[in-house]
Design a binder for this molecule. Structure first.
Ligand code: SF4
Ligand code: SF4
Ligand code: SF4
Length: 356
């Protein structure tokens, strides 16, 4: 465990109990939102992570997710790059770093953005930024359009394709239900290397800066999540540039709602609109400061075309996957119904015979 229970409760009182539930606090919907100053978060120090996957196991247990195909102590799964899915709210990946004998391990989950693109994309406001820092998903409001999946710059939300009748968007909850009970997030509690530290985001930032200051040879001078896309509640430290451990460094600092708010307020959201809106993210990347105006125009045009193509491919991929899974789920439901009907008929026939 990274922190004692007493220390954890101390944090909560410093943040204010209301930070966890905040029934009266406003929540971020699909318009610009300036954040909750006392919100909580997690610092993932990738230099401490040993890739043991215990955080994945804890997440599976505390969220009551389906049992995995292969056990959590099977580390051969690290041979392939994985992403989160409906049954895995978090995954750890291994990265072999050129020139280093030691691989790096990085845990991935919803980053609980301060100004979430998923909430910005959701026109029924099924996503809300809570005062605790968690980006909360309300399945009762969700209409299943999956724009959130397309909007997320970190490629995190996934869909419960196997649930035929009530599929949900699935992602890390920051263990909000556990926080409300005074418990640590499951993954933080179990990590044997203190690679995960839970606390107030501002304190985590101070802690991260102090580690970089004390051990400049051990850390890149960059806290990932401090500014990316307007900042995130999960923060990361690494020994190598984040692009070498599978993290996007091209996102820029502008929050998604700021890029899209005007357009979203003015027009109904349709899938075809998203490529146009999201390419704004690319246009406001760091490169804009480095290249000349003419080159920038060319670069933006090329990026826009590439982004549009990639997004169209993702939309199509999601559509095909949804159709396939829905068909399979319906077939399963039909089979179950036929079996139940056959059994009922057999029972009726048998009781009719008994009556004779
Ligand atoms: S439990 Fe900790 S050390 Fe193990 S993989 Fe997860 S973050 Fe890394
Ligand atoms: S990482 Fe993606 S799913 Fe999580 S809050 Fe940010 S935009 Fe939403
Ligand atoms: S905070 Fe909770 S839901 Fe999120 S990765 Fe950790 S255990 Fe899973």
């Amino acid at each position: 465990m990274s922190v004692s229970r007493r220390k954890f409760l101390g944090w909560l009182s410093a943040a204010g109990a209301g930070a966890l539930v905040g029934p009266t606090a406003h929540a971020a919907g699909n318009k610009h939102f300036s954040g909750y100053p006392d919100s909580l978060g997690v610092l993932h120090d990738a230099t401490r992570c040993i890739g043991c996957r215990r955080c994945e196991q804890a997440c599976n247990q505390v969220n009551d997710l389906p049992a995995p195909d292969r056990p959590f102590d099977d580390l051969t799964v690290l041979n392939n790059r994985r992403r989160t899915d409906a049954a895995n709210h978090t995954v750890v990946n291994r990265f072999d770093i050129g020139g280093s004998a030691q691989p790096a391990f990085v845990k991935t989950q919803c980053n609980h953005c301060l100004e979430p693109a998923c909430a910005s994309a959701c026109f029924v406001k099924a996503f809300k930024k809570l005062p605790s820092g968690a980006v909360h998903y309300d399945a009762d409001l969700c209409v299943g359009c999956r724009y959130c999946m397309i909007a997320c710059p970190f490629n995190i939300p996934t869909y419960e394709y196997d649930a035929a009748l009530t599929p949900r968007v699935m992602k890390c909850t920051l263990c909000q239900p556990r926080l409300e009970k005074g418990q640590l997030p499951g993954c933080v509690e179990i990590c044997p290397k203190e690679a995960l530290t839970f606390g107030r985001r501002d304190k985590l930032l101070r802690m991260a800066r102090e580690r970089i200051r004390k051990y400049p040879d051990r850390y890149e001078d960059h806290i990932y999540g401090e500014h990316e896309m307007g900042g995130t509640s999960w923060l990361y430290l690494s020994e190598v540039p984040f692009s070498q451990i599978g993290m996007r460094e091209d996102l820029g600092d502008t929050p998604a709602p700021e890029l899209t708010a005007g357009a979203l307020a003015a027009v109904p959201i349709v899938v075809g609109l998203w490529p146009v809106l999201l390419t704004g993210i690319y246009a406001i990347s760091k490169r804009k400061d480095k290249i000349a105006e003419a080159e920038k125009a060319d670069a933006v045009a090329a990026t826009r075309a590439a982004a549009q193509k990639a997004l169209e491919a993702r939309v199509e991929e999601e559509r095909t996957r949804a159709e396939k899974h829905q068909e399979m789920a319906i077939q399963r439901e039909v089979k179950k119904a036929l079996e139940a009907a056959a059994q009922a008929a057999a029972e009726t026939e048998s009781s009719a015979k008994e009556d004779e």
